[in-house]
Ligand binder design. Structure first.
Ligand SMILES: Nc1nc2c(ncn2[C@@H]2O[C@H](COP(=O)(O)OP(=O)(O)OP(=O)(O)O)[C@@H](O)[C@H]2O)c(=O)[nH]1
Ligand SMILES: Nc1nc2c(ncn2[C@@H]2O[C@H](COP(=O)(O)OP(=O)(O)OP(=O)(O)O)[C@@H](O)[C@H]2O)c(=O)[nH]1
Length: 499
């Protein structure tokens, strides 16, 4: 599971600045809860190979009342869901009463907390931060969020256990019988290598058809997720237990439909009663993001009556970034006049045109219409994402694309595509090898992606096409491979050498 880092601190200490630096161009997801004037923001970030979720809790100062108190509760809930809290203070402003109030609170939470002094640029930082030791939170990490100074080492400390686990896994694989020998390929070797690759793929193939499809039902608050889940489960509704642990646990419900096994990941089902922050626990962005990460297929529920909101689009962005397959369901399609329906469809066309590969369903979870059809699209999306395509087929398709529309000249030389092979599933990754391929313009890359998509009839899942210079099927990939892929590469190299 992706770890969660929460940014906490009084207003103006630089939380947004740090948040933006960590998440860069990635989408931020803003959760606005009714009645709250301030938003919490969620984003995805990366340190080394480790992906994590960042939450900007949007400022608490420990003295809140009324609406402010509600907001503070939101922040506290975020702390509850986090693995690490970065408690930010302003090195220039010095220690304030609000900082002390927050520190007191954090001590009570018993969360792993790092005290971070921001805005240490251009001042005598050591003496400026010394008074913050009074907070009794131990070491002080000095950063300048605006310039990025100190941020990397802060993250490396904050996420040390997670990073170590990842590194250990990698080392274990690298240590496995590596004789360090690099292989040279000529045309003949290459043909054999590709054949070997196909054989190995087949040998190692996990029978995806035999695995249950993990389906996450996600969407903004109130779009009808619970109603839909109950409708799908119908009479078979399994008794779910309130799982112990943190609020971010979703409920995993096994079910069968048309002789196929599914696991529903229910982000809406659990209701903890009698707790203070009711709104927070009903809808948790973190829980939603974790569910997306863990799913094979995401059913994104939209509310016909609300149209498409920015939050819907950010959720969609997360699904696509995570490489998950997607089916869209526009719910509450009952009792609308034809004019209204037409309007909604036009808006959907306009705003969702960029994912024309996703199936769109109009349903009423309340009355059940359209719900049964969802599963066809879910299975289709899953099968698209897991279909095995061998090297010779991918190379043939690539060749056809190249013949139909030849790549442009780059620096006076024609880009030449040589062959393509599968680099993974879920989402499908296709790796194209050739000369100067890295210099292909984006328009040609998009053309290739669409060509693969149409030829392979891939629906409901993003596909990734990567470009690799030269012939060696795995040269230069090493640092991009996950531990499992690396293991596979090793076995492949051995296999080829034996031949
Ligand atoms: N000198 C300096 N200024 C910074 C740094 N980081 C943030 N600032 C400034 O501090 C001010 C507040 O930064 P924000 O990121 O908006 O702070 P925040 O904690 O998100 O504030 P709220 O949104 O009010 O909660 C801005 O004017 C930033 O430009 C830094 O590293 N050095
Ligand atoms: N008209 C109509 N109303 C619906 C439909 N589906 C759900 N609703 C209503 O929408 C409201 C929200 O439904 P829920 O199923 O609780 O929504 P949710 O997405 O689970 O909400 P959270 O748990 O708050 O995230 C309820 O009042 C439902 O009765 C539908 O198909 N048509």
């Amino acid at each position: 599971m992706m770890p969660v880092v929460a940014l906490v601190g009084r207003p103006n200490v630089g939380k947004s600045t740090l948040f933006n630096r960590l998440t860069r161009t990635r989408d931020a997801l803003v959760a606005d809860f009714p009645g709250l004037t301030r938003d919490r923001k969620y984003g995805q970030a990366k340190v080394g190979e480790l992906e994590f979720i960042v939450v900007d809790t949007g400022g608490i100062d420990g003295t809140e009342e009324g609406i402010e108190l509600k907001m503070a509760e939101q922040s506290l809930a975020a702390i509850d869901e986090a693995d690490v809290v970065l408690f930010m203070v302003d090195a220039r402003a010095g220690l304030t009463v609000a900082d002390e109030a927050i520190a007191n609170h954090l001590r009570r939470c018993q969360k792993k907390t790092l005290l971070v002094a921001n805005k240490t640029d251009g001042i005598d930082a050591d003496s400026a931060v010394s008074e913050f030791y009074l907070l009794g939170l131990g070491d002080i990490y000095q950063i300048a969020a605006a310039h990025g100074r100190g941020v990397l080492s802060l993250l490396e400390t904050a996420l040390a256990p997670q990073l170590e686990a990842l590194a250990a896994e990698r080392e274990a694989v690298e240590a496995e019988e590596d004789d360090g020998e690099e292989l040279e390929f000529d045309e003949q070797d290459l043909a054999e290598a590709m054949e070997a690759l196909d054989e190995l793929e087949e040998e190692e193939a996990t029978p995806f058809e035999d695995l249950p499809i993990k389906l996450a039902i996600v969407g903004r608050p109130n779009v009808g997720k619970s109603t839909l889940t109950n409708r799908i489960l119908g009479e078979e509704r399994v008794v779910v237990y309130d799982m112990p642990g943190t609020t971010r646990d979703s409920v995993y419900i096994p079910m069968q439909r048309d002789e196929r096994d599914f696991i529903l990941i229910d982000t809406a089902g659990v209701r903890r009663r009698g707790k203070v922050h009711e709104t927070v626990e009903k809808f948790s962005v973190i829980k939603t993001l974790q569910a997306i990460e863990d799913a094979n297929v995401v059913l994104l529920v939209l509310d016909a009556r609300e149209g498409i909101s920015d939050q819907d689009l950010s959720l969609l962005g997360f699904v696509l970034n995570a490489g998950r397959s997607i089916v869209l369901a526009v719910n509450k399609w009952d009792g609308l006049s034809q004019d209204v329906k037409d309007d909604i469809k036009r808006e959907l066309d306009r705003r969702l045109g960029f994912i024309d590969f996703a199936r769109l369903h109009f349903i009423s979870a309340l009355h059940g219409s359209g719900v049964g059809n969802l599963f066809g699209s879910v299975v289709e999306a899953y099968e698209s994402a897991t279909r095995r395509v061998n090297t010779s087929m991918l190379t043939r398709i690539m060749q056809m694309a190249q013949d139909d529309h030849q790549p442009p000249l780059v620096r006076g030389r024609r880009v030449k595509l040589k062959y393509a092979h599968a680099g993974g599933y879920n989402p499908p990754r296709i790796i194209v090898h050739g000369n100067q391929v890295k210099d292909l313009p984006d328009s040609y890359k998009r053309y290739l992606i669409n060509y693969f998509r149409r030829s392979l009839q891939i629906m409901g899942t993003p596909i990734r096409v990567e470009f690799q210079e030269g012939d060696n099927p795995y040269a230069g990939l090493k640092n991009k491979l996950t531990a499992t892929q690396l293991r596979k590469r090793k076995r492949l190299m051995k296999f080829i050498k034996k031949k």
